[in-house]
Design a binder for this molecule. Sequence first.
Ligand code: B12
Ligand code: SF4
Length: 439
Amino acid sequence: MKKKILLIQPTPYDQYGKLVKKKRLYFVGLALPLLAALTPDDFEVELCYETIEDVPFDTDAELVGISSMGHAVMRTIDIAKRFRELGKTVILGGYMVSLMPEEAQKYCDAVMIGDSEETWGEMLRDYLDGTLKKTYRKKLTKLETPLPRYELILNKKIGNFLPVQAGRGCPKTCSFCSIYCLYHGQYLKRSIPDVIRDIKRVKELGFRQFLLLDDNLFSNRDYALELCGEIKKLKMKWMTQCSIDISGDEELLTAVADSGCYVLSFGLESISRESLVGMQKAWAHPDRYSEQLKIIRKHGIDISTEMVVGAEGDTLESIRATADFVERNHITVPRFYILTPIPGTQFYDEMKEQNRIYNTDMYSYNSCEAVHYPKNMTPEELTKAYWELYNRVYSYRCILKRTIFTANFFRRPFTALFYFGVNLFYRKHIKHGIVPNIV
Ligand code: B12
Ligand code: SF4
């Protein structure tokens, strides 16, 4: 009989200590289907996304692999402890344990630091030989990944798109970002035929859309143009995230839109230049944001944004002005976070050195509670201003202004109505004190 591995993507606890549960997980991470594909055939693999299903603690799997994302690492640890009590061999991996491997080692049999393409197979062989090591780490020099085992997630309550990866890591150096602190500027791209192979598989499985995972897709112009050319032939819809600087490249923007991309997500972070400089994101210029967003929208691409509050240049006034900015620019799907010093990041070290960590309880590192002393307000004021911002931006009036009363409404009324629905869905969560970042 085949040995079995259970792979789990834990869900975070909310700020009341309850597990965040959803009827549907629209954005599914790629780590578990990819790990399943890296697993030799003599193992059977089962996947569990805890946001939409319960962890099967009565599993007959011998090995349990648990991923970790942000503050959900607290749930990773709790699940790991329970499985170890049940006598299972527990392996931890993912961003958060990679940033704090010494701490993670206390709760498991082995920690996989960073990418696991070249270490997962080695770990499984060691397990079979009874020679499991405490940590596994191998820096990749090229990114070659097998076809993810998407079929293992098809029967789950997911959205109408699947993830496909193009690049991993990021060439930029934003001090608060886990990607920078883990990859230190390393940025690897997959070959275009491999990316297209995965998209074709997604199409074969009946999906008409995909989410392209890459933190800086358009940083390599030639790669991006060639990839868009290939994607266009597949007649699919897709979305991704990138730097807002794409607005300055008419040819690229046209190629992106022509290839079926209909939503771009931008980490705008802040409308305060001082805050951006403080985050080592001096290449972004908030005074140009409105014009840049307008150009992108003109190409028929909808905009979703990620912004943070609580950085060095932020004041209560600038947080209020952020709501006006979002409304004025008709940002379709805006998301916000409180700037959080994630252990392992440069920003965390800076805050620690300056004695500005306000709360050391990791359960609170959920990006919707202030855990550091901001420069221009108290942590309590920051948390309050953050929720006021979300509530203002997701008021009925503002939702209507951002989704229905826009120039794009008459061009694509059904899309506008779809976004209106998404906004109402987010609003419902916000009213229950749950940020929409995890759905
Ligand atoms: C898709 C995604 C999501 C989706 C899906 C999550 C899910 N439940 O599956 C959504 C939108 C729901 C989401 C939510 C959140 N996310 Co998220 N997400 C991503 C994103 C964009 C892609 C992840 C991915 O699939 N990558 C591709 C795979 C192949 O790479 P990988 O995950 O790194 O996996 C490799 C290794 O890490 C390793 N590995 C990963 N897991 C495991 C497990 C084991 C056992 C082993 C051995 C190895 C291993 O092997 C893989 C192959 O090498 C990343 C950004 C990015 N660039 O990666 C952020 C990212 C992972 N998310 C992040 C965060 C903070 C969150 C939230 C906490 C946000 C919030 N405040 O609520 C929540 C937490 C949700 C949860 N359940 O834990 C941070 C993590 C930072 C950190 N220090 O941990 C990232 C890096 C974004 C960022 N720039 O800060 N996220
Ligand atoms: S550009 Fe985005 S992914 Fe890259 S380091 Fe900055 S915040 Fe992280």
